[in-house]
Design a protein around this ligand. Structure first.
Ligand code: 8LH
Length: 467
């Protein structure tokens, strides 16, 4: 069944109502060809319409946004162009946290009556008060629909069986992948992750059931491969066609992507924004894997300078700021990610109009280490460590302060196939070439560093700032 003229509908109806039964013809490359291959002007027209509508909705239903905008005399009617939209104040995690403190338990930004809330989710909240998310049923269905549409772009089809290997609890990542796959008509296997012994069980289940698609974090997929090999199983035997990832850098890091593809014999797809900006798949690679596409008619993403907060031109580096365009229950407008990326509008062989982040999200401002004036991200080191033969998958960056100088020690594990001295020289030289900085290197036996079943924390900051 072909749904005609979706583009036209999107210019007249908000929130959009999508045909719940629609899926494209199986050989069709695009879910909605008329939007995905529209001209940039046509795409901007859709974005502006949706931006105006979601702002109006937030203003009419969210005391949080009324307060925020009234304070500076801003009314949604003032936004007549996407340029005007660039002046709308940014919303931060701290703003949302403060609102939750002042208006417990759900905050003052839930724009549907409590009776219409369908799902509650939250952050795992290791520091501070966890953030609560309330989703209405229509929003939940639209999220599923947009995720299905985006999954289609990297080749998922209804004949696939999708193995969900991340925690099925508060984490929105797992649920977003699950409902998207279901909406696409695929079979799903919500296995989860994080329990003791679960990875060993995963190995035997995978051998038996043979899912064709994997979803989880890149760190976890490499840990799973290690566990499989320990049990004498070649990860290629699982038979994954596609592995898609979100939650942390990795799938967008060149050498990690290569390792995953080689280890499993699959294609490795990078994806993911933030729980707050769900539908979080709005940043996702297509089958060509040229960096994540920004599906701008789903979530309007701008990349802005980390200090001035002004939009950076294509080719520049900045922080993604997200505005989901179809959320009625808990809209966020210009949500600050704190992540770092570069963007481009150079065409992709897939023919979609969406710009791209060619290196994905490669760091967070607050995780960045400055060593002798050079900014260093864990993913930069990851790219090198994972490209060197004779090293295992895991590594850590340990930052210390000696006198007034910061030192970074890169800890990595050896496979025992090459002499330590030779490895140290190569790691040091490759890191210096890429970053211009001298790192200390510490080699460790395989299996020394802690593994994660979820998002890895690879920077350990031991600097004592009191002295
Ligand atoms: C990433 C990536 C990526 C997320 N490359 N860094 O999984 C998607 C959503 C649900 C998620 O992880 O949300 P959460 O838990 O709020 O974390 C968001 C942060 O995770 C985001 O700001 C990034 O720092 C990181 N992240 N996907 C690199 N593909």
């Amino acid at each position: 069944m072909i749904e005609t003229s979706v583009k036209n509908k999107l210019l007249h109806q908000w929130p959009p109502k999508y045909d719940k039964e629609y899926i494209p013809d199986l050989n069709e490359k695009y879910w909605y060809k008329d939007i995905e291959t529209a001209s940039r002007e046509e795409l901007d027209e859709i974005i502006l319409f949706k931006v105006q509508k979601v702002m109006e909705h937030a203003y009419n239903h969210s005391p949080f946004y009324q307060r925020k905008w009234n304070k500076i005399g801003l009314h949604p009617h003032d936004i007549k162009s996407l340029k005007d939209f660039e002046q709308v104040p940014i919303t931060t995690k701290a703003d949302i946290r403060q609102d939750l403190e002042e208006n417990p338990p759900f905050g003052s930004n839930v724009c549907v009556p409590y009776s219409e809330v369908h799902r509650i989710h939250g952050t795992s909240g290791t520091t501070g008060k966890p953030t609560v998310f309330s989703f209405g049923k229509d929003d939940w269905e639209r999220i599923a629909h947009q995720h299905a549409r985006i999954m289609w772009s990297f080749g998922m089809r209804p004949s696939d069986l999708v193995f969900i290997a991340s925690p099925l609890s508060l984490y929105i990542g797992s649920w977003g992948a699950l409902i998207g796959a279901e909406r696409l008509g695929a079979k799903t296997f919500p296995f989860g992750a994080g329990q003791t012994g679960q990875t060993e069980k995963a190995v035997s289940w995978l051998k038996e059931v043979k899912p064709t698609v994997f979803y989880g974090t890149p760190s976890y997929s490499l840990y799973l491969a290690e566990k499989a090999k320990e049990q004498g199983v070649d990860p290629k035997e699982f038979g994954f066609r596609i592995m898609f990832f979100s939650g942390e850098p990795g799938a967008g890091v060149r050498s990690t992507k290569r390792r995953i593809e080689k280890t499993y014999g699959c294609i490795c797809i990078d994806s993911g924004t933030m729980a707050e900006a769900t539908p979080w798949m709005s940043n996702t690679e297509c089958e060509h894997r040229t960096g994540v596409h920004l599906w701008l008619d789903v979530v309007y993403t701008e990349v802005v300078d980390k200090d001035t907060k002004q939009r950076v031109p294509y080719g520049g580096e900045g922080v993604p700021v997200y505005t989901p365009l179809e959320r009625t229950s808990q809209p966020v407008i210009r949500f600050w990610s704190g992540d770092l990326t570069t963007w481009t509008d150079e065409p992709c062989p897939c023919g979609r109009v969406y710009p791209r982040l060619p290196k994905g999200i490669y760091g967070r401002i607050d995780d960045m280490i400055t060593v002798r004036g050079v900014n260093v991200y864990a993913s930069l080191v990851e790219n090198i460590v994972r490209s060197i033969d004779g090293l295992g998958e895991e590594f850590r960056l340990v930052v210390t302060r000696e006198n007034i100088m910061d030192e970074v020690t890169v800890q990595c594990e050896t496979l025992g196939t090459r002499a330590d001295g030779e490895l140290e020289v190569q790691i040091s030289r490759d890191l210096k070439r890429e970053t211009g900085v001298n790192f200390k290197i510490k080699l460790l036996p395989l299996g020394t560093l802690e593994r994660t079943q979820f998002k890895a924390k690879r920077v350990i900051d031991n600097r004592d700032f009191r002295s």
